[in-house]
Design a binder for this molecule. Sequence first.
Ligand code: ZN
Ligand code: ZN
Length: 341
Amino acid sequence: MFQLFAPSLVDGAFGDPGLLVDLQGERRALLFDLGDLSRLPPRVLMRIDDIFVSHTHMDHFAGFDNWLRVVLGRKERVALTGGPGFVDQVEHKLRAYTWNVVQRYPVALQLDVRELRPDGIWRRARFSSRSGFAREDAEAPALPAGTLHDDPLLRVRAAFVDHGMPCLAFAIDGKPRPRVAPDRLAALGLTSGAWLRELKAAVLAGAPVETPIRVRWRDRAGVHEQLRRVGELAAAVLDVVPGERIGYVTDLRFSDDNRERLRALLAGIDRLFIESVFLDADRAHAERKSHLTARQAGCIARELGARIVVPMHFSSRYQGRGDELLAEVEAARAAPPDQLC
Ligand SMILES: [Zn+2]
Ligand SMILES: [Zn+2]
């Protein structure tokens, strides 16, 4: 089956947390968190059009400078979204350098920086290399509550969780995708061609049902052409496949309130990337640091009904003991549903 999302941790389970979501066949990617990105080659960094930062602890934001250095002068536009204070924090990062030559680079870079506050209010500013990254305040993005990004292929939603500070947990929801039913196509006497790509693109873009599509096909009698409508063609030859849903959850304390927020955002998630920082034997330490233990992460994965779970953000104190953290997550996931977390 075609998978749109190719998600991977950017720095391994023990490294800085971060998730790359490459979109297959689209030459673009999304990035969650800006910690150590040194394992990502420049060609991958160049594909990233949208960056989301859960919170600005150093392990989630210290990679900003290296990322900027790679894309500056080569890429035109990147959107960055974070929580409260994010626009100022990006501005402070930019102000830390001297920009007396970037104005002359042939490719100007524009950063579209968006900040969501826990009360739902947005702030937004643009910073262009053309003007030495001077701040230009901009209008709030027109998005429904809880949605950070929406395009024809996917949506990114978020909820704030408590990490001793507000921190964003993310849902990456692939939209339903049209798939051609070859048997029905043949039954109608049609063959595939450029018109099918046009039809799928129209369906993905939500085009009105009466939108015309020029269908061309060839048989023994020669080349045929007909003007048909998106609605009738889609019903006749396309099936709709549900999109994959990915969760990226880091950093947070284990509390009823956080669990409730995650259930509202991520129930029934297909693939969950979740912090599993400490072993449960160190639960008191985890609580002081507002982080999850591996067992707590497994409990949350079980509560959400996650199909695939990828634990991450392991504390370096367990270097060489990753298997123990993984085993603890799995044991909690496999516990009977009535067993309390
Ligand atoms: Zn943190
Ligand atoms: Zn962290």
